[in-house]
Design a protein around this ligand. Structure first.
Ligand SMILES: Nc1ncnc2c1ncn2[C@@H]1O[C@H](COP(=O)(O)OP(=O)(O)OP(=O)(O)O)[C@@H](O)[C@H]1O
Ligand SMILES: [Mg+2]
Length: 368
C-alpha cells in the first residue's frame, strides 16, 4: 500500500525510484564496495534501502545506526557486532545450507555463542575479525554480502573509529559491500572523509545515489494512485492543493494520503493533523541540535521568515540573541547545511522542505 506510514519493504509498494534501483544494481554488478544513498529526511532512503537489499537476493545485514545511537547514547562494538551477525543470519533461509554454513564459520570466533539468530559474546569481540569471517564465508559461497547502515553519519558520534574499520574492509575484504544511507549528507561526508588526507577513507571511491523529491507530476500521480488503491475518489484540485503545500516529499505525501484516505479526515483536517504531527516530529528532530546551540533555531527561523542572505540572517540572529563574530556565525550556517536543514542556491539560503519551513516559521524558537 502506497500510503503506509512505515518504510516500504516490497518493490510493489515503492513508487518509482527506477533510476536509483538501476544505479544500485549497476554498482553491485561492478562489485563496488561502498554505496551511499543520500537525501534529506523523508525522501524514502530507508524504503529504498529495504527494497534494494531484499531484491538483491544476496545475504545482508541491516543496522539502524540512528536508533542504535539514540537508544544507547553511543554505538558499542559488542552491540554492533551482535546486530550485524543476527541480522545477517536472519537474511538467510532458516535451517538452510547457507545459514548453517555461516554459523559454522562464526563458531570459530573465540568466545562467541550462537543460538538461532541470537548472538552473544563472552568478551568484547574484534569487529575486524568478524568481518574477515563473513568475507571468507562469502568467498567460499561465491557470493557477496551487503552490510547496510541506515543513517550512518551517527557513527561519527560513537567515539570509535568505525571509518577505519570500513576502510580496512574496503581495502582487504573483496566480498563485502557497504551500503550507507544518510539524511545529514554533509555530516556523512565528514565522517567518511574521502577528501580529508587525515582520515582512513581518504581517496576512496563511493557510488553516490542521491534521492530527489518527486516532480509535481510524479507527486500528483503518487497521490492519485494511492487513493485509487484505497478506492477513494479525490478530485484533482485537492491533490494539487496538497502538492502545493507538501511538495514532492514522499514522507509528507504518504502521510496526507494516510490521513485523508485511511483515516478519512476531511481535506482541511487532514492538512491540520499533518502539520500538527510534523511540528512534533520536526521539533523533536531539532532538539539535539538546539541543545548544542539555541542559535541554530534562530538561524532557521530567520531563513523561514524569508531571509536568504548571509548578512540578513546574521542581522536577525544578532537582533534576537546578541552579537556573534563572523567566523562563528559562518560555522553555524555551514553546519545547518551539513545537517540538511538548509540548502544554498544562487538566490541564497533556503529550507529545502516546505513543511519544515512552515513548522519553524510558526514555532517559538527562543534564544534562551
Ligand atoms: N518510493 C516510495 N513510494 C511510496 N512510499 C514511499 C516511498 N518512499 C518512501 N515512502 C514512504 O514515505 C515515508 C518516509 O519514508 P522513509 O522512512 O523510507 O524515508 P527516509 O528518507 O528514510 O526518512 P528519514 O530521513 O526520516 O529516515 C514512509 O511512510 C514510507 O512508506
Ligand atoms: Mg530513514
Amino acid at each position: 500500500m502506497l500510503f503506509d506510514l512505515q518504510p516500504k519493504t516490497r518493490r510493489k509498494d515503492l513508487y518509482d525510484r527506477e533510476r536509483e534501483l538501476k544505479e544500485f544494481n549497476n554498482a553491485l554488478k561492478l562489485n563496488e564496495k561502498l554505496i551511499l544513498l543520500l537525501g534529506i529526511r523523508r525522501l524514502g532512503k530507508s524504503s529504498l534501502l529495504n527494497v534494494v537489499l531484499s531484491d538483491s537476493g544476496l545475504p545482508y545485514a541491516k543496522i539502524d545506526v540512528r536508533s542504535l545511537y539514540f537508544t544507547h547514547g553511543s554505538i558499542p562494538q559488542e552491540l554492533l557486532a551482535k546486530k550485524i551477525l543476527s541480522s545477517l543470519l536472519q537474511s538467510l533461509p532458516p535451517s538452510g545450507k547457507l545459514r548453517l554454513g555461516l554459523a559454522n564459520v562464526l563458531t570459530s570466533i573465540r568466545g562467541i555463542h550462537l543460538s538461532g539468530v541470537q548472538v552473544e559474546f563472552e568478551k568484547r569481540p574484534d569487529l575486524a575479525e568478524i568481518l574477515e569471517k563473513i568475507n571468507s564465508w562469502a568467498d567460499k559461497e561465491e557470493s557477496r554480502v551487503l552490510l547496510a547502515f541506515d543513517e550512518a553519519q551517527y557513527f561519527r558520534l560513537s567515539g570509535i573509529q568505525y571509518d577505519g574499520l570500513i576502510a580496512y574492509a574496503v581495502d582487504n575484504l573483496p566480498h563485502l559491500t557497504f551500503v550507507l544511507t544518510g539524511s545529514e549528507v554533509g555530516m556523512l561526508h565528514d565522517f567518511l572523509g574521502f577528501d580529508n588526507p587525515k582520515k582512513p577513507l581518504f581517496g576512496r571511491y563511493a557510488r553516490e545515489i542521491t534521492l530527489e523529491r518527486f516532480s509535481r507530476e510524479q507527486s500528483l500521480d503518487f497521490l492519485e494512485r494511492g487513493f485509487r488503491e484505497l478506492g477513494v475518489d479525490i478530485a484533482l484540485p485537492e491533490l494539487e492543493r496538497a502538492v502545493d503545500r507538501l511538495d514532492g516529499i514522499v514522507g509528507w505525501l504518504s502521510m496526507y494520503g494516510y490521513l485523508r484516505g485511511i483515516r478519512k479526515l476531511p481535506e482541511k483536517d487532514a492538512l491540520n493533523e499533518l502539520f500538527h504531527r510534523a511540528q512534533a516530529l520536526v521539533l523533536d528532530e531539532l532538539s539535539s541540535l538546539l541543545s548544542h546551540s539555541r542559535r541554530y533555531g534562530l538561524i532557521l527561523k530567520a531563513v523561514a521568515m524569508g531571509n536568504t542572505r548571509w548578512g540578513n540572517i546574521k542581522e536577525y540572529l544578532e537582533f534576537k540573541a546578541g552579537r556573534i563574530n563572523d567566523a562563528k556565525f559562518s560555522i553555524l550556517l555551514k553546519n545547518l547545511v551539513k545537517y540538511g536543514y538548509l540548502d544554498k542556491s544562487a538566490d541564497g539560503y533556503f529550507i529545502p522542505d516546505p513543511v519544515v519551513a512552515e513548522v519553524i516559521k510558526k514555532s517559538q524558537l527562543t534564544p534562551g
